[in-house]
Ligand binder design. Structure first.
Ligand code: FMN
Length: 338
C-alpha cells in the first residue's frame, strides 16, 4: 500500500491512500479484532478494514491487556482505519495523534453507533442530533493529524433527514471520505436499507462515500454500487458466516465467478489459525473464552451436530479446546468419507 495519486485498475484513492479494491471490512465491536481481520484478509479482496471502535480513554489512560489487544495490529493487517468514538474534541484529537505516532494510516470517527450506552453520553449516532458539534469534532481531529480522517454515519437519528447536510459539513471540515450505513439510529438493524438515502449523500459531496448495510449476497453488492453510485461498499455481518465473502465480491466486481467455499479441511485450518491468534493476543484463559464467539459459526457452517457444538462451547482450557477440536475433525472425516 502506497501513498499516491493513482490507484490500480480496480482500486481507488482515499485521502491519498491507494486502496486496491472497493470492498471494505466494517468496524464491529467485539469482533473485528486483529485475529478476525487477519482471517478475512487471508482470502484477499479487502481494500480496507476498520478496527473495532476504540474509546480514547482506554488507550490514552488504560493499561489493561484488553486495551492493548484492542489496538494490536501487524504488517499483514494493512490498510487499516482506526475507529474512535466520543464527544470530546481534544480527547479524540489526542487519540488520533496517539494512533498516528504508532504508524496509523487512517482514522475514522464513529457517528453511527446506535447503542444506548454510547448515545446516552452524546456519542455515536447521537452526534447526528448535534451536527455543529459533529462537524467541529471532525474538524478538530482532521487538524490534529496528517493522515486522512473519515467519518461513519447513519442517515439520521429518527428520520433520514440529517445525513446530506451533515455530510456537506464533514466534507467542509476536511473529512477524506464518509461511510454511510443506510438506516437511521431508530431503525438500529431493522427495516430495509435506504439506498436512495445513501445516493443522496453520494451526490451531495465530492469526497468518496462508502455505502453500507445488508450486503449479504453478490447481487446486493452489485445493487449497492448501481443504485448509490458509491466509491466502495462496506461489509459487516456477512463476513462472520463467510469470511471469504469480501474476496468473492471483489471477484464479482472484476467479472470473475466466486471461488468455491472452503472445504471442511480448509475450514479446520482457518479455525486453528484464528484460535492460535486468539491465544497469542489474549492469552490462554481469555483467548479460549473469547474464541467461543466463533464456534457456532464454524460448527453450524459445516453442519456438524448440535451436541458437538454445545460441548465445544464448554471448553475452558487449551487442553479441552484441543479435545473438542479433535472431535470436530473426526466428525468431518466421517462426513467426507460417507
Ligand atoms: C456486532 C456488531 C458490532 C458493531 N460495531 C460497530 C463499531 O464498533 N463501529 C461502527 O461504526 N459500526 C459498528 N457496527 C455496525 C457495522 O459497522 C455496520 O455498519 C452494520 O453492521 C451494517 O452493515 P452489515 O449489514 O454489512 O452488517 C457493528 C455491527 C455489529 C453487528
Amino acid at each position: 500500500m502506497t501513498r499516491t495519486k493513482t490507484a490500480s485498475k480496480n482500486g481507488w484513492i482515499l485521502g491519498g491512500l491507494a486502496l486496491s479494491t472497493r470492498v471494505v471490512l466494517a468496524p464491529m465491536a467485539g469482533y473485528t479484532d486483529l485475529p478476525f481481520r487477519r482471517l478475512v484478509r487471508s482470502f484477499g479482496g479487502v481494500g480496507l478494514a476498520f478496527s473495532e471502535m476504540v474509546n480514547p480513554d482506554s488507550i490514552l489512560r488504560g493499561r489493561s491487556r484488553k486495551s492493548a489487544a484492542l489496538v494490536a495490529t501487524a504488517p499483514d493487517d494493512r490498510p487499516l482505519g482506526w475507529q474512535i468514538y466520543g464527544t470530546h474534541p481534544d480527547l479524540l484529537a489526542e487519540a488520533a495523534q496517539w494512533f498516528e505516532a504508532r504508524g496509523a494510516e487512517l482514522i475514522d470517527v464513529n457517528m453511527g453507533c446506535p447503542q444506548k450506552k454510547i448515545c446516552s453520553r452524546g456519542g455515536g449516532a447521537a452526534l447526528m442530533k448535534k451536527p455543529d458539534l459533529a462537524v467541529a469534532l471532525a474538524r478538530r481531529v482532521v487538524e490534529s493529524v496528517k493522515i486522512p480522517v473519515t467519518v461513519k454515519l447513519r442517515l439520521g437519528w429518527d428520520a433520514p433527514d440529517v445525513a446530506v447536510e451533515l455530510a456537506r459539513g464533514l466534507e467542509g471540515a476536511g473529512a477524506a471520505a464518509l461511510t454511510v450505513h443506510g438506516r437511521t439510529r431508530a431503525q438500529r438493524f431493522a427495516g430495509e436499507v435506504d439506498l436512495d438515502g445513501i445516493r443522496q449523500v453520494v451526490e451531495a459531496v465530492r469526497i468518496p462515500v462508502i455505502a453500507n448495510g445488508d450486503v449479504f449476497t453478490l447481487a446486493a453488492a452489485r445493487e449497492m454500487f448501481r443504485s448509490t453510485g458509491c466509491a466502495a461498499i462496506m461489509i459487516g455481518r456477512h463476513a462472520f458466516s463467510e469470511p471469504w465473502f469480501l474476496r468473492d465480491v471483489e471477484r464479482d466486481l472484476v467479472g470473475e465467478p466466486p471461488l468455491p467455499p472452503p472445504t471442511f479441511a480448509e475450514r479446520l485450518v482457518m479455525m486453528r489459525r484464528l484460535y492460535a491468534d486468539h491465544l497469542a493476543l489474549y492469552g490462554e484463559r481469555f483467548g479460549v473464552a473469547l474464541f467461543r464467539r466463533w464456534i457456532p459459526r464454524f460448527v453450524k457452517g459445516m453442519g456438524a451436530p448440535r451436541p458437538l457444538m454445545i460441548a465445544f462451547l464448554q471448553a475452558a482450557t487449551p487442553a479441552e479446546w484441543e479435545a473438542h477440536m479433535g472431535e470436530l475433525e473426526r466428525w468431518t472425516e466421517t462426513v467426507v468419507r460417507a
